[in-house]
Write a protein that binds this ligand. Structure first.
Ligand code: XLS
Ligand code: NI
Ligand code: NI
Length: 437
């Protein structure tokens, strides 16, 4: 059975002039931009939880979607139907990757063993679908935040019994990811933080979280899983505070617990803005520390203060993201995962296509614009010129520890007041608009 009968054939690239809402205007998979095809640069993934399991429910209202794959009375039948719908969607959209949580694809059973058996059965189905379609797994993860047992966190729970449960669940989720040839595995600590600091041992909980990650690294080695592990920073929501609140907090955590060699970051746009940063800031901090791994592509709302996970359509934003990504040398194991959901009123099947097509086009344009800005070179030259003093013998001697306070004082006495240089912010913004407009 076809779940998306309105979309008869794979979405095609029709170019700028096209008025067909089911066609790409900018994303041309095989077009070469800066030495690589768009497909190789962008590595798009669809997230299973929003696109196939999202109901449209929000804190004020029930679900609004009516999905034909979610109707069978038996939950395992629904899980199989959903997997069929998902692979029909991936192939019609023309993406190469997908991402999932264990509990998105298979329902929790009566016991832990029953949950694992459910997962194994559905993973076998997914494996067959991947083989049939060539679609690959970007990353897998475990849902450690929905079930009531995790109300006080998973790895960071005050009860070691819950830690053990989380560890057992992560073990199976890594095994499932490995079986599906996943290129990565993500840790997003939804409840790995606190609701109130007044009942919390913060350092104890941070140590517990590090333990879980070390155990995961050891298990990956044991089973030969060579995919990349990622931490996905988020400052809050559902908890008041999450320990992996932003790139710099994660860096401190990874360094403190000896995990720098084992994990990179999966950065999400709406999480960056919740943390009071831009996505470009988060990417810059990760890139310069060598831990920029993957991206959850979405966008927040300027006025709504929660993780609205909207589809990214703002070309200025995608340009900033692609500028950082290109300067990092592009993805290796990571990709652009649309961790985004259609709005509550966009409840029919076609909306899922419109949303993803728009996101893919916005990133394709962002890629072209960012490539042009970098090839032009004027922006980089402005920045390099701004710091040119640090490349002189005088600047270098400061950086390499060759000058004392006394020598610097002598320099100032001899050379007087520094000349101030303009930061040229407006000039730079206009320069970027030369390419965007
Ligand atoms: C929630 C997170 C989540 C992770 C995967 O805010 O973005 O969707 O990406 O657990
Ligand atoms: Ni995410
Ligand atoms: Ni999110």
């Amino acid at each position: 059975m076809a779940y998306f009968p309105e979309v008869a054939s794979p979405i095609a690239y029709e170019g700028r002039g096209s008025k067909n809402p089911l066609a790409f205007k900018h994303y041309d998979a095989s077009k070469v931009v800066g030495g690589k095809t768009m497909r190789e640069h962008l590595r798009f993934a669809v997230s299973y939880w929003h696109t196939f399991k999202g109901t449209g429910a929000d804190p004020f209202g029930v679900g609004t979607t009516n999905r034909p794959w979610d109707v069978a009375t038996d939950p395992m039948q629904r899980a199989h139907d959903t997997m069929d719908a998902a692979f029909e969607f991936f192939t019609k959209l023309g993406v190469d990757y997908w991402c999932f949580h264990d509990r998105d694809i298979a329902p929790e059973g009566e016991t832990f063993a029953a949950s694992c058996a459910n997962l194994d059965e559905i993973v076998a189905h997914a494996e067959a679908k991947q083989k049939e379609t060539g679609v690959k797994l970007l990353w897998g993860t475990a849902c450690l935040f929905t079930h009531p047992r995790y109300q006080a966190g998973a790895a960071t729970n005050p009860d070691p019994h819950v830690f053990a449960y989380a560890a057992a669940q992560v073990k199976h989720a890594i095994a499932a990811t490995h079986r599906l040839g996943g290129e990565g595995y993500t840790f997003w600590g939804g409840r790995e933080g606190y609701d109130t600091i007044k009942n919390t041992k913060m350092q104890q909980e941070r140590e517990q979280f590090a333990r879980l990650l070390h155990l995961a690294v050891a298990y990956a080695k044991e089973i030969g899983f060579t995919g990349q592990f990622y931490i996905e920073p988020k400052p809050m929501e559902p908890t008041k505070h999450q320990y992996d609140s932003d790139t710099e907090a994660c860096l401190n955590f990874l360094r403190e617990f000896g995990l720098m060699d084992h994990l990179k970051l999966n950065l999400e746009t709406n999480h960056a803005t919740l943390a009071g940063h831009t996505m470009q800031h988060e990417m810059r901090a990760a890139r310069e520390a060598g831990i920029l791994g993957s991206i959850d592509a979405n966008a927040g709302d300027e006025l709504i203060g929660w993780d609205t996970d909207q589809f990214p359509t703002n070309v200025y934003l995608t340009t900033e993201i692609m500028l950082e990504l290109l300067q990092a040398g592009g993805f290796t194991t990571g990709g652009l995962n649309f961790d985004a959901k259609v709005r509550r009123q966009s409840h029919d099947q076609l909306d899922l296509f419109y949303a993803h097509i728009g996101g893919m086009d916005a990133f394709a344009r962002g890629l072209e614009i960012a490539t042009a800005i970098l090839e032009d070179g004027r922006l980089q030259k402005l920045v390099d010129d701004r710091y040119a003093g640090w490349t002189t013998p005088f600047g270098q001697s400061i950086l390499t520890g060759g000058s004392s306070f006394g020598e610097l004082e002598a320099y100032v006495l001899a050379n007087g007041e520094p000349t101030r240089a303009s930061g040229r912010q407006e000039f730079i913004e206009n320069l970027i608009n030369e390419f965007v407009l």
